[in-house]
Design a protein around this ligand. Structure first.
Ligand SMILES: Nc1ncnc2c1ncn2[C@@H]1O[C@H](COP(=O)(O)OP(=O)(O)OP(=O)(O)O)[C@@H](O)[C@H]1O
Ligand SMILES: [Mg+2]
Length: 251
């Protein structure tokens, strides 16, 4: 049994079957990559894992508990965090202020602390934010406006905003999209460090095969909403079904 178990998930948007009978099992403390051409359903699948979308049928279990029917902040509390395809940061706030955002959620009509509930004083949170920014090598940028950061730093900030929630499962939707090669390599190094330092499972969607093959323990290839093949990076390289998915024809 994996820490994340997706069973027979289907999701339609009107007449479009975005996900069709998706099954996925992600082993604890592994890096599982999901690859596939544009429109394959990768982001839709991640949205179903974090409560942003509700599958029409099927189940999504994390650490033995269903995530379906829970609100996004409850899913965060279960230990699932997500880096979005487009960084969801607040450009007019400082880096430090952004770090506080994921710790609060609207509940009972007011914004309340939902991570470290009952444990942390405000100063502890500030200290925690400093630690996380240090971990992503951005401590010196705490007072900068998030909107003024480079694309790579915005991604790093978003990563730190996830890590401050102490996730057991980190979902990353194209963490290197639009990055220059140097930033991409920095991101690979950062994710490797995070993996080594923490008990963490990662599910990563990526188009950049260099990133995928550098990080993944296992890879699922998604095409037209359905997993085509799941295997190790060695076996996925040159796999005829992977070529078929990307080129639209049998290799
Ligand atoms: N909210 C929505 N309403 C209608 N159709 C949608 C919606 N979200 C996604 N789709 C469609 O579902 C399919 C899967 O989209 P999805 O964004 O999951 O693909 P993806 O694999 O993440 O693609 P990309 O690599 O371009 O990010 C696409 O055909 C897309 O147009
Ligand atoms: Mg996508």
């Amino acid at each position: 049994m994996g820490i994340l178990e997706v069973k027979d998930v289907n999701k339609r948007f009107g007449g479009l079957q975005a996900l069709g009978d998706v099954n996925l099992s992600v082993a604890e403390n592994s890096v599982h990559a999901i690859i596939g051409p544009n429109g394959a359903g990768k982001s839709t699948l991640l949205n179903c894992l974090v409560g942003k979308l509700i599958p029409d049928t099927g189940s999504v279990m994390f650490a033995g508990q269903s995530v379906l029917g829970r609100k996004p902040y409850q899913i965060n509390q279960m230990g699932i965090s997500r880096v979005f395809q487009t960084p969801e940061i607040f450009g007019d706030l400082t880096v430090f202020e952004n770090m506080m955002i994921p710790l609060f959620a609207k509940r009972d009509g007011a914004f309340r602390l939902h991570a470290f509930e009952g444990v942390a004083a405000e100063r502890d949170l500030t200290e925690e934010a400093r630690r996380m920014l240090d971990e992503v090598d951005m401590l010196d940028k705490g007072d900068a406006h998030a909107g003024s950061l480079s694309r790579g730093d915005k991604r790093r900030l978003e990563m730190a905003m996830c890590l401050i929630q102490r996730p057991r499962l980190l979902l990353l939707d194209e963490p290197t999209a639009g990055m220059a090669r140097a930033d991409t390599n920095n991101t690979i190094a950062l994710l490797r460090t995070i993996k080594e330092k923490r008990d963490i499972t990662m599910c990563i969607i990526e188009h950049d095969m260099h990133v995928v093959f550098s990080l993944a323990d296992r890879i699922t290839v998604l095409a037209q909403g359905t997993p085509l093949v799941e295997d190790t990076p060695e076996n996925i390289k040159g796999h005829p079904k992977v070529k078929e998915a990307y080129l639209g024809e049998a290799a």
